[in-house]
Design a protein around this ligand. Structure first.
Ligand code: GLC
Ligand code: CA
Length: 569
């Protein structure tokens, strides 16, 4: 790769004077109320015209991210990977996928972002690696009962000739969780466990190499200046080594389920926290913890474990007042005893886009319910997504924003079937549309595909086709439209970053529930009202309107609208 002058300069500075790295923003508790933007690299911006997003593309768009008012970016896995699960099949943590760039370029990107006040969070996937990872290749080559296989879960099959799977654990994607290997002489061999696809063999966390390697990976990226790590599938990582069957109706003693939320996880995350704490500045650990039991969830957030974890309870709720209120209350109550901030997430690279989800009769989110052809009213969905943006951005804690939600992109539901790439789709016998609909390359400018995603003169089309509807949703277009979703998000994030009442953590409900209105006070003098009912409502007393998701009608707050108000203290 040819390096330009800035890169050359930054690289040499970084290499020879580590102490002269640009001074990062210094607030040690930045993560408690940060706005964090999730980048799915493959679909963010393509710098070299091959139709695939890359680090060059991200670097070119850093000013866009600064103007959006975010504090950090989180990159979904950007490492070397065969991309059998969008990069969550990591072949080598110490290399960047060559389609995206190089480690040197990642270092430059981290520095350039910091210079604009943006920290970088990388993704680590401890539950599994790619089947192309050196360890798995060594395990296959070394054969049955070899030490190389002990880093994974290899087992003899059951049945007379080992033809039956070792156990019947369900997969986190539909389909099987075991794949049988073939011995060097061509005979059928042992099976290996994979909670996700066969290309993602599960690691055995009882093995010391597995622990050591991940600790080294954390250091590798902390040494390169990252401000935090997002931990994939964080509650699945430790297994009962006896691999007993899972009884779906049994009540396991807490911490003793065969493969979920086992007590042994806490020890791992404590050692990760110690590593994070040994670095200057605050390096944060963010867990992807899918647990319905919020008390168990909060255990991961004790002061010597993870700093924060994603709160999916809120994201999964339908657009109605009682369910959202309950999720907000439950979240705040669960976090309070451990003193950790809540996180608020409306979507990510796995979830149906809010504009689409909120336009449906059933606006809750559940992987199991995803189907092609669900009737959707995008105008209603867009209106609710705007209100949801203001509601969410006003809650106390950290905010996660998935790329493209700031443009109000809908889920793309008409990707030609032969272009779909997601194992969730394939493994459901093609019944579940999968997650590609929220992973379509972003529209930046212009009236025709690739809408500025790739530079002029690009040699290839975007890796997933963009719909013509993206023409009306480009960044360029929205920047000129004061009523656009982009400008709403910009104003919300900027205000959120400077309003003392929103920066603090105090939150109190105002009025009673069951009114179809969520009405709360933040700090001294900000009040937030969201109308989830069918009738316009009067605004409470206020001295100014700070921000409204859609215009008032005759002085009233219309349905599916949220407003931030200044009140007297
Ligand atoms: C997480 C990721 C998802 C991935 C899975 C397996 O849920 O968000 O994209 O497929 O883990 O790594
Ligand atoms: Ca590219």
């Amino acid at each position: 790769m040819i390096k330009d002058d800035t890169q050359e300069l930054l690289l040499s500075e970084a290499a020879s004077f580590p102490s002269l790295l640009p001074t990062p923003p210094t607030d040690p508790i930045w993560w408690r109320q940060a706005a964090i933007y999730q980048i799915y690299v493959r679909s963010f911006a393509d710098g070299n015209g091959d139709g695939i997003g890359d680090l060059r593309g991200v670097r070119d768009r850093l000013p866009y991210l600064r103007d959006l008012g975010i504090d950090a970016v989180w990159f979904t896995p950007w490492y070397e990977s065969p991309l059998k699960d969008g990069g969550y099949d990591v072949a080598d943590y110490r290399r960047i996928n060559p389609q995206f760039g190089s480690v040197e370029e990642a270092e430059v990107l981290i520095l350039e972002a910091l210079a604009l006040g943006i920290r970088t969070i990388v993704d680590v996937v401890p539950n599994h690696v790619s089947n192309r990872h050196a360890w798995f290749q060594q395990a296959l080559a070394a054969g049955a009962e070899s030490p190389e296989r002990e880093r994974f879960w290899f087992r003899e099959g059951r049945g007379d000739s080992g033809e039956l799977v070792p156990n019947e654990w369900p997969s986190s994607f539909s389909g099987d969780t075991w794949t049988r290997t073939t011995n060097a002489d061509g005979t059928p061999g042992e099976w290996y466990l994979h909670l996700f696809t066969p290309e993602q063999p599960d690691l055995n966390w009882d093995h010391p190499d597995v622990r050591r390697e991940h600790e080294d990976v954390l250091k590798f990226w902390f040494d390169r200046g990252v401000g935090g790590v997002r931990i994939d599938s964080a509650a699945l990582v430790v297994k009962d080594p006896a691999l007993p069957e899972i009884d779906p109706v049994a009540h396991y003693r807490q911490g003793e389920h065969p493969n979920l939320d086992r007590d042994g996880l806490h020890d791992i995350y404590r050692s990760w926290r110690a590593i994070a704490n040994s670095y200057e500045g605050s390096r944060v650990l963010v867990g992807e913890v899918w647990l319905a039991d919020l008390e168990r969830f909060a255990l991961y957030l004790r002061p010597d474990e993870l700093h924060t974890a994603f709160n999916f309870e809120f994201m999964n709720q339908p657009w109605n007042e009682p369910d959202l209120r309950k999720a907000i209350d439950g979240t705040l109550a669960a976090h309070a005893p451990v003193g950790a901030p809540s996180t608020w997430v409306l979507s990510n690279h796995d979830i149906t886009r809010p504009v689409t989800r909120y336009g449906r009769a059933d606006s809750s989110f559940d992987f199991a319910k995803k189907r092609f052809g669900t009737p959707t009213d995008l105008a209603v969905g867009a209106r609710r997504a705007r209100a949801a943006a203001l509601l969410t951005a006003a809650l106390p804690g950290a905010l996660y924003l998935y790329q493209g939600d700031e443009l109000g992109l809908p889920e793309v539901e008409d990707i030609p079937l032969d272009r779909l790439d997601d194992p969730m789709h394939f493994r459901s016998a093609r019944v579940d549309p999968g997650r590609d609909g929220c992973r379509v390359p972003l529209p930046w400018s212009g009236a025709v595909a690739p809408y500025g995603f790739s530079p002029d003169g690009a040699t290839a089309e975007p890796w997933l086709p963009q719909p013509t509807a993206f023409a009306g949703l480009t960044v360029e277009k929205q920047e000129q439209d004061p009523a656009s979703m982009l400008l709403l998000y910009r104003r919300a994030l900027q205000l959120r970053g400077i309003e003392p009442s929103l920066l603090g953590e105090t939150f109190t409900w105002v009025g009673d529930s069951a009114t179809n209105v969520l009405h709360f006070r933040r700090g001294e003098d900000v009040v937030v009202v969201t109308n989830l009912g069918d009738e316009p409502v009067a605004l409470p007393e206020h001295t100014a309107i700070l921000l409204c998701s859609d215009p008032l009608v005759e002085g009233l707050l219309p349905p599916d609208t949220a407003v931030w108000l200044r009140t007297s203290a």
